[in-house]
Design a protein around this ligand. Sequence first.
Ligand code: SAM
Length: 265
Amino acid sequence: MRRFWIPSDRIHEAYPVLDGEEAYHLSRVLRARSGQSVLLMDGRGTVAEARIQSVLRDRVELVVMNRFCAAEGQPFRIVVAQALLKDAYMEDLIRRWVEIGVDEGIPFVSERSVPILEGDRSRKRKHRWETLAREAMKQSGNPFLPTLRDLIDLYPMLDALQHCPIKLLFWENESRRLSRECFTFADHVTGRIDIGVVFGPEGGFSESEVAVFQQYGFQTVSLGPRILRAVTAGIVGLALVRFLAEEALSPAIPQPAYPNPAKNT
Ligand code: SAM
């Protein structure tokens, strides 16, 4: 069953309406007809099975047959901070963040990250990232969209991650490998914990930047002796963080933690 994004304030209506890009895609590209069923997703965990009632060029009226509210599932959140890469690489990472399951994404400027052009096009770029994230949500069936923050500098990013009981900096000059042991934290920490994960730019971090991360309580971790491209490291590192965190922090919770509507029924 095909999936479509709908704003949270509409997914709880008995007779929701799709408009804009989603309606256009349904009506003009897929040539959907009345009576067909689709899945609506709001990106905050609610998924509704709905039947099409009427199709206009840029407006589709539906009736909801069934509604699921996915549980958050894991006792942790993953917050990824990525030193800004070229647009195409960042866009690739944004999609993977949704596929693998990131809760929050923070792009930041480091010494060697992609230079920010004057009058930076950050608003347009962020809107594109949000569109790509919704596409990845529909493709993967992950009912949770990550929160995408605005581009910030190094120190505001460090402050934004300061509360994380587990803070990991992926550094190719580190010999200590990422492992399950990295996911231990003080006993007094309770509830869902935030895991802060940071990846560098294509040019890597300077020694002085790494020293600052360590002063801020980051563990520097390695993905092995080979130097990975920034995009590769961002994908491989994130997948391993999710896997190891689930092993270390949520052994008791059976997977998947939410009804997986991804199956194209
Ligand atoms: N300094 C690298 C070089 O000499 O080519 C460039 C950095 S690498 C292309 C980009 C980012 O990927 C790094 O900042 C780091 O976050 C991550 N990375 C790449 N290989 C890694 C590894 N083996 N272990 C941990 N992180 C790695």
